[in-house]
Design a protein around this ligand. Structure first.
Ligand code: C2O
Ligand code: CU
Ligand code: CU
Length: 473
């Protein structure tokens, strides 16, 4: 469980606390062991924040400054990226772009004030495939000034692992064939770092369920048997409470959703939570296990609405327009699934003829004809220069046969439209999931200067070219 966060409250300095002194916390990236594969397996050697899988749940308060001294106890460079937090560019954790890498044995002091309350997370931005794939990730919760009126606030950090027969994390990060398809989807899904067991609930209680998909590549499509959850926030940003579309919750890598769950099941019963995203590979994620207690309440209260965050509202009439076109990968999913089941590749194959390339590693994807690979590199010119303080409307076109959760650093954007239809419920996000051939329109105010990454959060796609930089100046 992620309870180890309490350790972090130890101050770095002694002496009397100053009234407005930032809270000072420590975080170490280090090798550790975790019981991921079940009790009958040996412990798995992982890389973890403060030795815990997932990393400690960091709880901050909206509008209160914080400092994190991050120590690198790995034998390779690392950084920490505070995914979804709007912060100064120099604190964004991208090595070679916003800061020098943190060398082994060294530390870096991150300092920021989270402006928005909500569910966020943190992870490295160096050697991302392997560092995230070996376990470096944790949730970051920024608490509202007034806690939301629910009976329980529950966090599920969902993570996908590829575990081998020895119970260890399988080697072979950065397989180019996988990178051109769905990415490194594993064989073991954990919930808060363990194989999910029954989740005890009580009839009539109201739960805020915070979901984070911290997987490298696994997209989830969650169904909640016998329940009707309401989405009350996406990527930390409140939206109008609304039901799941088609009864399923699509959650791509890096995406978070806060659900409002009124537990309307029957005492003593179990209800399945399943994921059926990959055809033929459905599984039961977990179960709500109702206690025998009588219902906590019999009448379901009105849905709650989280207080809005201070996001700048884009001026759509005046917005500057840009387009991002995603291309590459295996040219059809048919071919991809044939490959995955060991079939022969017939014709076609990877797309070739990528435009400008930068960084290490091969490019199999591109954005507007250019491919930034590996960890990204400062040497590549930004794809766009965005005028600071202006509103920007970006159309993202997925001209590939694959799904992509596209993430923008530094900003939360309004999700305006999908395939020509307006997106309802006032939805903001920092990561938007595009199905094959989807076109999505987003808008945001470029109020924060700097070089900001934009990339697919299927990590193999990111490191194989589905990544670029937008400059705000
Ligand atoms: Cu979760 Cu570049 O980010
Ligand atoms: Cu990010
Ligand atoms: Cu992708």
């Amino acid at each position: 469980m992620a309870g180890a966060g309490l350790v972090l409250t130890a101050p770095l300095r002694s002496g009397p606390a100053r009234a407005a002194a930032p809270k000072e916390l420590r975080l170490a990236a280090e090798p550790a062991r975790a019981q991921l594969a079940g009790a009958d397996h040996p412990p798995t050697i992982v890389w973890a924040y403060d030795g815990s899988i997932p990393g400690p749940t960091l709880r901050l308060r909206q509008g209160e400054p914080v400092r994190f001294l991050v120590e690198n106890r790995l034998d390779q460079d690392t950084t920490v990226h505070w995914h979804g937090i709007r912060l100064p560019n120099a604190m964004d954790g991208v090595p070679g772009l916003t800061q020098p890498p943190i060398r082994p044995g060294e530390s870096f002091l991150y300092e920021f004030t989270p402006p928005d309350a909500g569910t966020f997370w943190y992870h490295p931005h160096a050697n991302s495939l392997e560092q995230l794939g070996r376990g470096l990730a944790g949730a970051l919760i920024v608490e509202e000034r007034e806690p939301a009126p629910v009976d329980r606030d529950v966090l599920w950090v969902l993570a996908d692992w590829r575990i081998d027969e020895q119970g260890q994390i399988a080697a072979g990060f950065g397989n180019m064939m996988e990178a051109g398809m769905s990415g490194r989807v594993g064989n073991t899904v954990t919930l808060n770092g363990t194989i999910p067991a029954d989740q005890p609930v009580r009839a009539g209680e109201r739960i805020r369920l915070r979901l984070l998909n911290s997987s490298l590549a696994r997209i989830m499509s969650l169904r909640f048997e016998g329940h009707d959850p309401l989405i009350i926030a996406r990527d930390g940003q409140p939206c109008d409470p609304h039901q799941l579309e088609d009864g399923r919750l699509l959650l791509g890598p890096a995406m978070r959703v806060d659900l409002l769950l009124d537990m309307q099941g029957e005492s003593g019963r179990r209800y399945r939570i399943t994921d059926d995203f990959y055809q033929g590979l459905g599984y039961e994620l977990s179960r709500f296990a109702y206690s025998d207690e009588p219902p906590l309440r019999t009448k379901t209260p009105e849905p709650i609405r989280l207080p809005p965050n201070p996001l700048p509202e884009p001026d759509l009439a005046a917005a500057e327009r840009r387009e991002l076109t995603l291309e590459g990968g295996m040219m059809s999913r048919m071919m991809g699934s044939g490959m995955m089941s060991g079939g022969m590749m017939q014709g076609g194959g990877m797309m070739h003829g990528m435009g400008g390339m930068s960084g290490m590693g091969q490019a199999v994807w591109s954005i507007n004809g250019t491919s930034m690979t590996g960890d990204g590199h400062a040497g590549m010119a930004p794809l766009f220069n965005l005028a600071r303080g202006k509103s920007h409307l970006v159309t993202i076109r997925n001209r590939t046969a694959w799904w992509h959760p596209i993430h923008l650093h530094g900003f939360s954007f309004r999700v305006l439209a999908r395939n020509g239809a307006a997106v309802p419920h006032n939805q903001w996000a920092d990561t938007v999931l595009l199905a094959p051939e989807d076109t999505v329109e987003i808008a945001f105010v470029a109020d924060s200067p700097g070089d900001w990454m934009l990339h697919c959060h299927v990590t193999d796609h990111q490191t194989a070219g589905l990544m670029t930089v937008l400059r705000v100046a």
